[in-house]
Design a protein around this ligand. Structure first.
Ligand code: G6P
Length: 610
């Protein structure tokens, strides 16, 4: 979740590093730093807090260098402060290392290095790296070899970039479990943990795989494994534009991404929905379709919002594909010796494709021989590459830490997969067609819901100062209740819980009084009457109610304090619609509280540590 950027070429690297770090801030942002080398001079500048503070500090120094690396940190070991910020360095301060990930055996390595006189100044695990590399450099090895030898001793995960005054013509980078790319330019090259950091300069990208070490000079790069085996690397052309990454006129990325959902779900469906055949076409699943359709069981594993999408997927798969489905947090799955059979299919859902727990669970599932499929948004991400096959969500880059458009696109992809399996099993053409037709209407219905933005903003004003919120829904909308509560927690810091509506009477009802707002997801479906009874139970205890209801529902207004009326669709697709008012509600409450919605405290977009 920390960010890495590096430059080698003929230009001054300082503004390139600072701009790259700004683009990476969304990944982690409690401190930042750069290390630069120019001829016989090297300099490291670090600062607690935002990149803009680091920039102010650097501006006064008038630094010029053609080689440098930069880092934004999200603390794992050691508090966020200047000393713990990266780059870390050796005693002579002429070797700089930035590191994403966690060195699990750092205590052992540190104790060993201390015996040889190495002194540590920070509380981080990362600081063992410059000293360890230094211990090989002093024995006469090259920088590249020293990095290889050092990494052979390291247990844990890393994406690293290393520069050394003794070899000022290169950056050495390596990867294990933490993403890293090399950007290829003209007489200049770049390194980054995320292409967005360097996209302003190049679209030619080389993705590192786990266990690879790359020497990046200004006019060439060479890749080897840690064990020194040579590797041929392919250069990929990135199609994503910088425009796609900026805010597009909205005050926050989160609002931009909420407002994009009509087109992002359209992109997720584009070319995949076969209306006449009442099914879908998913290129990534073609070579595994028989195995998928004949699976005895489906497991969906993910974290956070992606896990909520998985819960909706469970309802879809069981109702239409008729395959028993379980959903499990990736962090639990990986550690509990799960029963996985060869005729199981396991879907790993991840926006970033880099979430450490999801990636580890995927690797565990692969070892056990199941059909491992990915549903990812970031093309070329680790989960996408390590899955046997899969489907991209194509929601476009999601920068706001709280996931919004990635979620609705995940739901669309799950619906497409459901349709594909169900039609290969026992779903009739007529039923398949009616689902496909409903799917095609979803983007317009989303546009209609987004027009309720002003109404939702007014409701948000009424509730911005409350301390607790309850979200209730049934069936397909139970996961939406969880997701609505998560959105509010993440960005407004208001305590919120999601519950299946009928479970309310087994506990949460004790919390209800005139101060407790309850959000009901109550579209007119087969559980509508039951939800109305739950609404009355809350009303009888003076709870304040916001209902997400069907356009056609005139009855509900007299029962609730606020109603947000949305278009209807079939039950399996309803979560794609009902979640949108909840995203907007959370967004406006957080903005009215003056909070940083795109970068909420303590959270990171991509959690690449356990
Ligand atoms: C972090 C993000 C969440 C996201 C979760 C899973 O916690 O803040 O928004 O849902 O990770 O991320 P993934 O990229 O795997 O979907």
């Amino acid at each position: 979740m920390c960010g890495i950027v590096g430059y080698i070429g003929n230009k001054n690297c300082v503004p390139i590093l600072i701009n790259g770090l700004k683009r990476l801030e969304y990944r982690g942002y409690d401190s930042a730093g750069i290390g630069i080398i120019l001829n016989n001079h090297s300099e490291v500048i670090k600062n607690k807090g935002k990149v803009s503070l680091l920039e102010e500090k650097i501006e006064k120094m008038n630094l010029q260098a053609a080689l440098g690396i930069g880092h934004t940190r999200w603390a794992t070991h050691g508090v966020p402060n200047e000393i713990n910020a990266h780059p870390h360095y050796n005693k002579s301060k002429n070797l700089f290392v930035i590191h994403n990930g966690i060195i699990e055996n750092y205590q052992i390595l540190k104790t060993g290095l201390e015996k040889f006189g190495y002194e540590f100044v920070s509380q981080t695990d990362s600081e063992v790296l410059p000293h360890l590399i230094d211990s090989f450099l002093v024995k006469g090895h090259s920088l590249f070899k020293s990095v290889q030898l050092a990494l052979a001793e390291v247990e844990g995960t890393y994406g690293i970039a290393v520069i050394y005054q003794g070899e000022p013509d290169k950056i050495v980078v390596a990867r294990k479990g933490s993403p890293l790319v090399v950007g290829i330019g003209e007489q200049e090259n770049f390194v980054a943990s995320d292409v967005s950091a360097i996209l302003a300069h190049t679209k030619q990208i080389v993705y590192l795989e786990d266990g690879e070490v790359v020497e990046v000079c200004k006019d060439r790069f060479t890749a080897k494994t840690i064990m020194d085996k040579e590797i041929e690397k392919e250069i990929h052309e990135i199609t994503m534009s910088l425009d796609e990454i900026n805010k597009g006129g909205y005050p926050h990325f989160m609002l931009k991404e909420i407002m994009e959902q009509s087109s992002s779900v359209c992109n997720s469906m584009r070319g995949r929905l076969l209306l006449n055949e009442g099914t879908s076409k998913l290129g990534g699943l073609e070579n595994v379709i028989d195995q998928l359709v004949n699976s005895k069981r489906i497991i969906i594993s993910a974290c956070g919002t992606s896990w909520h999408a998985g819960l909706v997927g469970e309802y879809m798969f069981e109702q239409f594909a008729r395959i028993p489905t379980e959903v499990e947090y990736a962090s639990e799955f990986r550690y509990r010796n799960p029963i996985v059979n060869k005729d199981d299919t396991i879907f790993f859902i991840s926006q970033s494709g880099e979430t450490a727990d999801t990636l580890a669970a995927l690797r565990e599932a692969k070892i056990r021989g199941a059909l491992v499929l990915g549903i990812c948004n970031v093309v070329g991400s680790s989960i996408a590459r390590e899955s046997l096959s899969g489907v991209y969500t194509h929601a476009g880059p999601e920068i706001g830490v709280a996931s919004t458009k990635a979620f609705t696109s995940q739901l669309v992809v799950l619906a497409l997969i459901t349709l594909l399996i169900a039609r290969k099993k026992d779903m009739s053409l007529v039923d398949g067609k009616s689902i496909a037709e409903e799917m095609q209407k979803i983007p317009d219905k989303i546009s209609a819901i987004l027009k309720l933005n002003d109404q939702i903003e007014k409701i948000a004003s009424e509730f911005k100062d409350v301390k607790n919120f309850l979200y209730l829904g049934r069936g397909y909308n139970f996961p939406v209740a969880l997701e609505g509560a998560l959105k509010l927690k993440e960005i407004s810091y208001i305590h919120a819980e999601g519950y299946p509506a009928a479970e309310m009477k087994h506990g949460p009802i004790a919390l209800i009084d005139e101060n407790m707002p309850v959000v009901f997801i109550a579209p007119k479906d087969s559980t509508y009457e039951k939800i109305i009874s739950n609404i009355q139970e809350i009303k009888a205890r003076k709870g304040r109610i916001i209902a997400i209801a069907s356009e056609s529902d005139d009855n509900i207004d007299k029962l609730v304090d606020y109603s947000i009326k949305i278009p209807d669709t079939i039950r399996m697709l309803m979560p794609i619609l009902t979640v949108i008012p909840l995203q907007l509600l959370a967004y406006h409450i957080a903005v009215k509280k003056g909070l940083n919605v795109d970068q909420p405290r303590n959270l990171a977009k991509s959690v690449t540590v356990e």
